[in-house]
Design a binder for this molecule. Structure first.
Ligand SMILES: [Fe+2]
Length: 468
């Protein structure tokens, strides 16, 4: 792609309801369920274009599989941010007018002080039977998983403090709970780690951990016994931003490479901080997974050497160089001895990788395979499957095709971890059309390609639900 006005960053107007595209190839008939994805769909309010990819208006996408066919819908969340944008006002954005993501005042608003945005464009989760769109501001929006109609604001039935919140909730099928965290600012900034049992909308606090910074933390992971947060030295300086004596625009996000990254290992039952080793400064958005092995906590991440990626995803940066030229993250494994704070770091894959996933059944358990976007192709984003045991990788890519977050779905009753499919949307920028791709999870052969009726703007995250 040559510029951000390409189809991946072009506003979409059309909404489809239960569109039935033709299927090239064949979709296994056992694949019966729905992929629900979230991401920005519109980047303008009136004449004004948002400044950061993270600021586009939330658009839900639904891909329902049954009997070898797919039905497709897309619909914008009808939020306050959406209504404002329709009237030409950009509100509650991460970014400000012209000064990039590091600048403050609107950003503070988006983080919940005093008016958080309801533009929930990052992820989705099923909470207490409701399907909920999530972002990092502490507001959530419920929607109908069949029609994608907006049902209204979703509220938790608890009092966990939150100024910033994780849009990523770890979906642990072994314990039947979601695990997440919030960040609270103040004189003693804290991360509040919580569990959300199935069928409940009351978050139960596992632990409150004193935060350094606090840092901008995007994701976490679990083992059978632990929750793991990675606190990089990307500091969120909200208190400074709110200080009325401070002059001018103040950096809210500050990269402090002189400080290390801290790995926080929390006991899921007692809430004790069982280890907090430090490692060389690095930044990560996404965890792959974590698990226990011979008493050690094994943590796989896709890691950037610094926080330049945050600015690289601003629209002005993307305008210049295009999506594929942002810095690459690397798949790394940390092995942490919780008794002695000893940490060993190894690289698992030479290429660039982002938006990693393991099959749901492997969450918190030992995984062999990690799937993700291969981000270092020229004029494309591929799909990669890394064999974390052997250190080998299988890759798929096609010129002009940009694969989005791949989601592995195991065949019901499968023994092998990679017996099943990987589903991923992929934008063909030459054709200006998005296709839903169904890959064999073992070989990465394309089993089916389903062309959608338009080019979807690049999205973020989704989940596959078997029973929708
Ligand atoms: Fe994310």
């Amino acid at each position: 792609m040559t510029d951000s006005r390409g189809p991946g960053f072009r506003s979409l107007e059309s909404e489809y309801d239960d569109y039935r595209p033709e299927v090239e190839g064949s979709i296994p008939t056992w694949l019966s369920g729905t992929l629900l994805r979230n991401g920005p769909g519109r980047f303008e309010a009136g004449e004004r274009r948002v400044d950061h990819w993270f600021d586009g208006l939330a658009m839900l996408r639904r891909y329902a599989f049954a009997d070898g066919e797919v039905r497709y819908s897309n619909r914008f969340l009808r939020t306050e941010a959406y209504a404002d944008a329709r009237e030409g006002r950009l509100t509650g954005q991460f970014s400000t007018d012209t000064r990039g993501w590091r600048r403050v005042l609107d950003t503070v608003a988006s983080f919940g002080l005093p008016e958080p945005t309801d533009n929930a464009n990052v992820h989705v989760a099923r909470i207490d039977g409701e399907y909920v769109a999530l972002t990092e501001a502490p507001r959530r929006v419920a929607f109908d998983p069949e029609t994608l109609a907006t049902r209204g604001e979703f509220a938790f039935a608890d009092e966990i403090p939150e100024h910033v919140t994780a849009a990523h909730l770890v979906d642990d099928p072994h314990r039947g709970e979601l695990v997440g965290f919030t960040t609270e600012f103040g004189l003693s900034p804290s991360y509040h780690v919580y569990r959300l049992p199935e069928g409940s909308r009351r978050r139960e606090r596992i632990a409150s951990i004193e935060a350094d910074g606090p840092a901008y933390v995007h994701d976490c992971s679990v083992t059978a016994d632990h929750v793991v947060l990675v606190e990089s030295p990307l500091e969120l300086s909200v208190l400074r931003a709110l200080n009325p004596l401070a002059d001018g625009a103040i950096d809210m996000l500050r990269w402090r490479p002189e400080r290390p990254t801290r790995v926080l290992v929390v006991d899921r039952d007692s809430g004790a901080l069982v280890a907090d080793p430090t490692v060389e400064a690095a930044f990560c958005f996404h965890h792959v997974n974590a698990f226990l092995e011979n008493g050690a906590v094994v943590l796989d991440l896709v890691e950037f050497p610094d926080a330049d990626i945050v600015d690289a995803l601003s629209m002005s940066a993307l305008d210049g160089v295009g999506f594929p030229d942002v810095p690459d993250a690397r798949l790394v494994r940390y092995r942490i001895d919780p008794t002695g704070d000893a940490v060993e770091r190894t690289r698992l894959y030479d290429g660039g990788m982002e938006l990693p996933r393991v099959p749901r059944s492997r969450v918190g358990r030992r995984h062999r395979y990690a799937y993700g976007q291969a981000t270092d192709r020229e004029g494309a984003n591929g799909l990669v499957k890394v064999d974390c045991d052997s250190g080998t990788a299988r890759e798929w890519w096609e010129r002009s095709v940009y694969v989005e977050e791949p989601i592995p779905v195991r065949r019901p009753g499968a023994d092998a971890e990679d017996d099943g499919v990987v589903v991923a949307t992929a934008l063909d920028v030459d054709r200006e059309r998005t296709a839903l791709l169904v890959f064999d999870a073992a070989t990465l052969d394309v089993e089916a390609r389903v062309w959608l009726p338009h080019a979807e703007p690049f999205g973020f995250h989704g989940r596959y639900f078997r029973d929708v």
